[in-house]
Each structure stands twice: as C-alpha cells, then as structure tokens.
Design a protein around this ligand. Sequence first.
Ligand code: PEP
Length: 248
Amino acid sequence: MKKLAAGNWKMNGTAASLAEVAALAQAHPAPACEVLLCPPATLIAQMAYHAKGTPVKVGAQDCHANASGAHTGDISAEQVKDAGAGHVILGHSERRTDHKETDAQVAAKTLAAWRAGLVAIVCVGETEAERDSGATLDVIGRQLAGSVPEGATSATLVIAYEPVWAIGTGRTPTLAEIAEVHHFLRERLTARLGADAAGVRLLYGGSVKPSNATEIFAVANVDGALVGGASLKAADFGAIVAALSAAA
Ligand code: PEP
C-alpha cells in the first residue's frame, strides 16, 4: 500500500497560490508516498495543469450526487473528474456542519465519485462532546456504516479520521487515542471488505503539522494524513510529505 499525504486547501487560494505546487514538486520530486492537493473548485483545472508531470495529484473537496441537472452552485463528480481531479473529499466535518450533510448524502456522493472514476476520501470524526461522553467509537462506527456504500475497494476508498475538535485548533488526540480509532476502523472495514480492507488507506486529520507528523505516522494503521492549514505552504506540507515518505 502506498501511503497518502492529502492537503485540503478549503476556501483558501487564488491563482497566485499555484506557485506552491511547483515549489512542492521541486522540493519532493520522487516522494515514497502519494501526494494530493485538494484546492477550491475554482483552481482544480489550473492546478491539474501545473501538476502535470509532477508527483502531485489533484482532488476536489466535494461533489454533488447527481451527474448533471438543476443544482445551482453545485459540481458533479463527472465535472470534477473532467477538470482534472482523481480524488474527492466527502463528508468533511465542515460540510456536515455548514451544509447539514448526512451520512446518507455522503454515501450517495461516494457512489457518484465511483461512478465518475474518482477515489473517495470519506471523512469521519467525533465532536468534543461525543469524545467526552465516551461515544467516540459509536459515532465513528455509525458514520462509517452510513457513509460508505457497498462496493468499496482499497483502490476506490480512503477513510480520513478527523476528530472535529482537532481540526484547525492546534489540538490533537493522544497517539493512543488515534491508534484506538484507526484499529477500530480497520476492524470494521475488514468485517465488510475482507482481506482487501488491509489496503484501504486510513488517514489521520486534525492539526497535523511538521512538528507532530513523524510521531503520528508511527502509529499503527495510520497510512497518511489529511492536512488543512499546513497544506497551504509548500514548505510545511513538504515537511509532512517527507515525514510520511520516511515512514513508508
Ligand atoms: C482538515 O480540514 O481536514 C484539517 C485536518 O484541518 P487542519 O489540518 O487545519 O486541522
């Protein structure tokens, strides 16, 4: 399995930010892991152009479940693919919160991603209140069951464990807490997919930065990271790519 360093630019970046792609590719021309950047939709096509011939792959941050139609402001998986993306992040906690996305909607979008030939990066994660009440594994199990439809394979599915309270806060779970959730995810996926579950990349996300990447990548069943803030600058994201390459 090739590990995956995925960057989520969220609603950040303009054409000027694309210089980061060249800087990243120049500093890490042959990483031992997969490298993915998911810019805002406005930059997907341009980034795909800039990333051609480099190890940097391009993804989207969301897609609609339908292939086309009257959905003003939305973008289909087919359009994402056509713009040059190969991956799409689905069910990020900011979409679950800001747009009230449900597990069923995330599952429908995941099917759409597969229909278009995209790899789906499905996000799960508990809130702070859920962790404090001891409900973490219940929440993760429910989100995983509801958000990942039948038909998943290690080639088409990546899971990102992102505790909501760790996203953009500078706080992270303990390594033991990350290990517990990732072990749980692997077990649940094995129950559904059998031996192929061993090849599903399980990313940790939530305040990953150069200073904590190496210790997080040493945790069992952590096969990479989904990185927000620290993916915006090539120097920071490159250091995370280097840490994951060293762990590969
Ligand atoms: C994210 O948005 O997926 C994320 C993990 O953000 P950050 O790295 O900034 O916490």
